[in-house]
Design a protein around this ligand. Structure first.
Ligand code: SF4
Length: 343
């Protein structure tokens, strides 16, 4: 398992899906851009520096061997104290280069670690929906057999699993309205104990109101409402929204009104809201010709300062001060709400 992470909404990260460069033997990670939110992927930057050295492009599949690292797979079992664990923070568990058998093994370990809470976040929402619907219900055969293939646990067989796993939270990453409209309906149709959205990097305004209301989830046959055989109403809704601006050298600014709007939609719906960060760009206002002040207070700055960089978006001015200085205050408040979970 990865070391303690700096990500504000979790304790640790865990990425047992790894990649090995066929020529150099260097081990790192692999993923592939699918959307504008991937443009400045931090995992790709880390892989270029510390992993296989390759960018996250489909063309590089031929240069690497993707594998499930068995030692890393078992890592959560060794931690007895409860942790929040971000699953596959360095790739996407539901990408098409990850086999169903590997996903079964990851879910098997999560089933065997009820002390932890696992947070699975994907941009491949359709595959997540299909995978979880196929494994819904009691006594799931594939997952139970995956558990029995874990050698360390052969003496600890499970005959049945309660699905969805109560300690697994499923989420989709959405950077704008288009991706929210593509991915959130999949998430709402996915069996899950807790559903969340990570709007980071937030690249545009989002109206989530329709998704923050309870929905009926289609049954395993894919029917919604009362149109299919064996229909039973199962109400689902989003439980948690995380909002954050982009970090990194080429980060794009996040308008604070986008974050405010989602905060207010969550408040109206009674949904947990977590404001992770402004990102690289701090919202500011002009004090005079030479000086500026952060909208949320803090030390003033100068427009002619060393390496000063400024930009404007829809009438809002920003200074590029870095993620740490830009901070986590939205209208002078830190928003750290997590979903309330009954286990
Ligand atoms: S899906 Fe995630 S890990 Fe993969 S390229 Fe996009 S941002 Fe990076």
């Amino acid at each position: 398992m990865g070391a303690k992470t700096k990500i504000e909404w979790t304790d640790a990260s865990w990425t047992p899906i790894r990649a090995r460069h066929k020529e150099t033997g260097k081990v790192g990670w692999h993923c592939e851009h699918v959307t504008p939110g991937c443009e400045h992927c931090y995992a790709e930057g880390m892989n270029k520096r510390l992993g296989t050295g390759l960018p996250f492009k489909p063309g590089h599949r031929k240069n690497i061997e993707i594998f499930l690292n068995e030692e890393m797979l078992m890592a959560p079992l060794r931690f007895k104290q409860p942790l929040m664990i971000f699953v596959c923070s360095m790739t996407d568990l539901f990408a098409d280069f990850v086999t169903d058998e590997w996903i079964d093994q990851v879910f098997a370990v999560m089933a065997l670690c009820p002390q932890h809470t696992f947070q699975v976040l994907t941009k491949r929402s359709a595959r997540m929906r299909e995978y979880l619907i196929a494994r819904d219900g009691m006594g799931n055969a594939q997952l139970c057999s995956a558990i029995n293939t874990i050698p360390e646990l052969l003496g600890n067989r499970h005959g049945a699993l309660e699905m969805p796993l109560p300690n697994v939270w499923l989420g989709v990453s959405c950077e704008d309205q288009q991706r929210a409209d593509e991915r959130i309906p999949d998430l709402l149709a996915t069996p899950a104990a807790v559903r969340f959205v990570s709007a980071e990097p937030l690249l545009g305004s989002m109206d989530l109101r329709t998704y923050l209301r309870p929905h009926t989830r289609p049954n395993a046959d894919g029917y919604g409402g009362n149109e299919g055989p064996g229909w039973t109403a199962r109400f689902t809704k989003l439980d948690w929204i995380i909002v954050g601006g982009e970090s990194g050298r080429e980060a794009r600014p996040m308008h604070p009104d986008w974050a405010r709007s989602i905060r207010d939609q969550c408040a109206a719906a009674g949904t947990a809201y977590f404001f992770k960060q402004h990102g690289e760009w701090l919202p500011i206002h002009r004090e005079d010709e030479t000086g500026w002040q952060a909208d949320d207070g803090g030390a003033p700055g100068r427009f002619d300062g060393k390496r000063a960089q400024f930009t404007t978006l829809d009438g809002q001015e920003f200074a590029k001060v870095g993620k740490t200085r830009a901070g986590r205050l939205l209208d002078s408040v830190e928003h750290n709400t997590m979903p309330e979970v009954r286990r």
